[in-house]
Every structure is written in structure tokens, then in C-alpha cells.
Design a protein around this ligand. Structure first.
Ligand SMILES: Nc1ncnc2c1ncn2[C@@H]1O[C@H](COP(=O)(O)OP(=O)(O)OP(=O)(O)O)[C@@H](O)[C@H]1O
Ligand SMILES: [Mg+2]
Length: 458
């Protein structure tokens, strides 16, 4: 049984004592209060997990007290205790946000069951709060942004995985936050005071990767002029993050597998075996199972690293997070660039929401950085976002007539630029008559001479 903190507020001394004994007998920590003022100060000074509040504590209003407690600790469930005959008030309390109620005299089992259920229900939000607080505290930014259900689930998986020592494989398209999640996992784990070492397997050539991972002794190969500590040794007691694991060569896959199986390795040229106690996190934007099927990734290695898979959703699957992320990045870049940007116009936000974000959060971050850098106003407007993301416009549905017109204008513009205003060449490329080209130019108020290069004619 856990040692969650439970607050009981009742103005009846005897009742308070009975409840305290019963609940403490279940293994919970209990704090009691005899009036509202005292209860509020307890709530302010303790990390509570649940509160039991008598609805009619002497002169005071139990519903008011419940609301005050919720203001201080928003995630904790409050269970109302009420006397027989005051059900309406209990129902009112539920409407105002109480988690449940118990009518006196109540059954011991019912009391404990409600407490258990209440604690279970709130554990997800408490986990997320704990995770956010920890990341905020130890890592340079406040949190992993994401209110969507998909991201909340990811955060819960991250906090659960952090409590274990199992290997985690993080899947997600480019820019979805794989590295961010890997760092968070490390910081939330018991290994947080040791190193987090990240290696991009795709960026290091095969011949060098082995030495980088396992280290080498002086003279192990030409160029090894002194001993080098490898990433595995650096990450001892900590975490090693192998990014883009699918890009690892067959030979390196075999070597890595051996380390995972045997928990030790030899640095190149060394005779002494080194113990490896690094937790392995991996990430990929490919479907590893599919790579195994295709024969480009070892099945046995796959099973070793894919113990806890975490799948990061693409940004287009969680568009409800876009406003939050945009706001987060506006604040971040305004601060960095010493600007005072208040926010984003409705049109701009609309544009961000209708775009498909193939580059996910990173692309959004870049788009906002550009807009914050370029804006002369204190609100980001849509022209600035269009400059970095021309496709945003293409992605929005326009009336067909306007879409056709825009296409035609763009087409003739490109054609004439390419041919530098030569109508005959343009007609040949477009497989139309010259008169068609003249018609199009006229329709869009353009002249062939607009496209002639000055340096050629002068
Ligand atoms: N949920 C999020 N909240 C805040 N910032 C985020 C979030 N997800 C990603 N980012 C930011 O977006 C950028 C890209 O994230 P990250 O490098 O972790 O992605 P990745 O999946 O590893 O990308 P790639 O596959 O391209 O390596 C980083 O600057 C990161 O801080
Ligand atoms: Mg990455």
C-alpha cells in the first residue's frame, strides 16, 4: 500500500479520530483538520493526494472549502462527507467538482474503495505534473509541451519507463521530439546524476563508430595516439542514446548485440574487459520491425532494444497542440531575441492549423523563429509565416476558379522567367501557340519585356 497523503476535515472530534484510524490502517498517511482555516494551511504546506471534507463543518461551508483546496492543489480528488438528508447539497458539490461523496453513516469498505478509486484516477495527472516539474527543474526548459491525449499518454509512458531499467526504443517521424523524450527519460530515472551520452549512428562513419562507442588503447590503429574512453564507458551508470539506430551497419549491429548480451566489452586494442552498465535508449524514424523483415536489421538485436517501445505522434495527429507549441516558441524566441512579441494573429494561427507539418515540431519551431526574427510588429502576422512555408498557402482550399487563376499566373511567370521573355521558346515549352502565350500575358498584366535581363539588352 502506498504512502499517499490524505487530508480529513471534520468538526466532529470523534468522527475525525475514527476516520483517521481506519484510513491509517490501510497504510495511508493521514493529516486531520478541525476547521476550514486549518485545512487550507495544511493544503498549502503539504503535498496532498486526496481530501475528505465534511460538507457541514460547523459554521463554515464545505463546498467553499472544497473549492479552496482545489485551487491550491488542482489535481487532487475531493470526497465529500455528508449526513443523511442532505443529498441535494452533495449533488451540488459534485457539480462543483467533487470527486465523490459518502453519506454518513458509511460502510468501511465503501470509504476505502472510494479513496482507492480517487487516488487511481488522479495518478495520471499527478504523474504528468511530477514529470513536468522534474524536467522543468533539471532541464533548461519548462516542459514537454502537449495537452493532447496522445501526448499525455506519451508522458505517462515516459514516466513509467523511467522507473525501470529496461531498454526503450523511441519511434517517431523526424522532428517529433525523440531526443527530447530520450533526455527526459534519463533525467527522470535513477541514473540522472550520471551521464547521458547521445550518438547519432547515421552521422558517424562505420570505421570510426566502433572506436567511439567502445574506446581504444593507444596504438590500437594508426592515428590512435592516446587512450580514448568510449561512449559506453562515459555512460557507465548513466544512459546511452543511440539515435537513428536503423542506420547502424551489420557489423556494428553484431558488436552492439554482443555488448547487450554480455554486459561487457573490450576497447579496441585492449586486453582488459570493461563492464558496461549503461541503459540503452534508441530512436528511429523507420519501422524497425519492417527493417527486420527486409533483412536490414538483426532480429535478435531488435528484440533486445525494443523492450519498451514509445511511439511519438506526428504533429498533424495532434493539431490541438499547435497553439500551445506556437505560444511556447514565440515566448522562447522573443526572450532570446530581446523582443516583446505578444502573440500571433488569428489568420496566422489558422494557417498553422491547416498546414500538414511534414517536419513536425522542429519545422514549427523554425517557422516561428523566422517569424519572430522578421516581424517589426508585436503580433506575428500571416505574411511572415507564408515566407518560410509557401506550401501553407497551397495546402489551404481555395475556390477552384481562384486556384486555377493562381496556378496560371504562377505558371506563366515561371515560364517567362525561364525563357527570359522569349515568347517563341515559351510557346514551344508549353506546347501552345504563341498567341496563347500573349493572351495569358495580357490576362495577368505582364509584358515579355518584364522578363528580359537588363545586362543582356544594354
Ligand atoms: N512536445 C514538445 N514540446 C516542446 N518542444 C518540442 C516538443 N517536441 C519537440 N520539440 C522541439 O522540437 C525540436 C526537435 O525535437 P527533437 O530533436 O527531439 O526531435 P527528433 O524526433 O529527435 O528529430 P529528428 O528525427 O529530426 O532527429 C527540438 O528543438 C525540441 O526541443
Ligand atoms: Mg533526433
Amino acid at each position: 500500500m502506498a504512502d499517499e497523503n490524505i487530508l480529513i476535515v471534520d468538526d466532529d472530534d470523534n468522527m475525525l479520530e475514527v476516520l483517521r484510524l481506519r484510513i491509517a490502517a490501510e497504510g495511508y498517511k493521514v493529516v486531520t483538520s478541525i476547521n476550514a482555516n486549518d485545512a487550507i494551511s495544511v493544503a498549502k504546506n503539504n503535498m496532498l493526494d486526496l481530501a475528505l471534507v465534511d460538507l457541514r463543518i460547523a459554521e463554515e461551508n464545505g463546498i467553499e472549502l472544497m473549492k479552496n483546496i482545489s485551487r491550491i492543489s488542482p489535481e487532487i480528488p475531493v470526497i465529500i462527507l455528508t449526513a443523511y438528508g442532505t443529498i441535494e447539497t452533495a449533488v451540488e458539490a459534485m457539480k462543483q467538482g467533487a470527486y465523490g461523496y459518502l453519506v454518513k453513516p458509511f460502510d468501511h469498505r465503501e470509504l476505502i474503495l472510494q479513496i482507492k478509486n480517487g487516488l487511481e484516477k488522479s495518478s495520471l495527472s499527478r504523474e504528468v505534473r511530477r514529470l513536468k516539474a522534474l524536467i522543468g527543474e533539471r532541464y533548461g526548459f519548462k516542459n514537454i509541451i502537449g495537452k493532447s491525449k496522445k501526448m499525455q499518454e506519451v508522458m505517462e509512458q515516459v514516466s513509467r519507463a523511467a522507473e525501470t531499467d529496461s531498454n526503450v526504443c523511441i519511434y517517431g517521424e523526424s522532428g517529433t521530439g525523440k531526443e527530447l523524450v530520450a533526455k527526459s527519460l534519463h533525467l527522470l530515472s535513477s541514473r540522472k546524476n550520471n551521464s547521458f551520452v547521445a550518438i547519432n549512428c547515421a552521422a558517424i562513419p562505420e570505421g570510426i563508430l566502433e572506436g567511439e562507442l567502445f574506446g581504444y588503447e593507444r596504438g590500437a590503429f594508426t592515428g590512435a595516439i592516446k587512450n580514448k574512453k568510449g561512449f559506453f564507458a562515459q555512460a557507465n551508470g548513466g544512459t546511452i542514446f543511440l539515435d537513428e539506430i536503423s542506420e547502424m551497419s551489420e557489423l556494428m549491429q553484431a558488436k552492439l548485440l554482443r555488448v547487450l548480451q554480455e554486459k561487457h566489452f573490450y576497447p579496441l586494442g585492449a586486453e582488459k574487459l570493461m563492464k558496461s552498465d549503461a541503459r540503452i535508449l534508441t530512436a528511429t524514424n523507420k519501422d524497425l520491425k519492417n527493417e527486420v523483415k527486409k533483412g536490414s536489421f538483426r532480429k535478435d538485436l531488435f528484440y533486445r532494444i525494443h523492450v519498451i517501445p514509445i511511439y511519438l505522434p506526428s504533429l498533424r495527429e495532434r493539431k490541438e497542440d499547435i497553439p500551445l507549441l506556437a505560444d511556447h516558441f514565440i515566448k522562447k524566441f522573443s526572450k532570446e531575441m530581446n523582443k516583446n512579441i505578444k502573440g500571433i494573429s488569428t489568420d496566422s494561427l489558422q494557417k498553422l492549423l491547416s498546414y500538414s507539418w511534414p517536419g513536425n515540431v522542429r519545422e514549427l519551431e523554425n517557422a516561428i523563429e523566422y517569424a519572430v526574427a522578421m516581424t517589426a510588429k508585436d503580433v506575428i502576422s500571416d505574411e511572415l509565416l507564408l515566407q518560410t512555408n509557401k506550401t501553407i498557402e497551397d495546402d489551404r482550399i481555395k475556390p477552384m476558379k481562384k486556384a486555377k487563376n493562381d496556378f496560371e499566373k504562377n505558371y506563366i511567370y515561371k515560364l517567362m522567367s525561364l525563357t527570359e521573355g522569349n515568347v517563341s521558346t515559351a510557346a514551344r515549352l508549353a506546347e501552345r501557340y504563341r498567341s496563347d502565350i500573349y493572351d495569358l500575358l495580357k490576362k495577368h498584366s505582364l509584358q515579355p519585356s518584364d522578363f528580359k535581363r537588363n545586362n543582356l539588352t544594354v
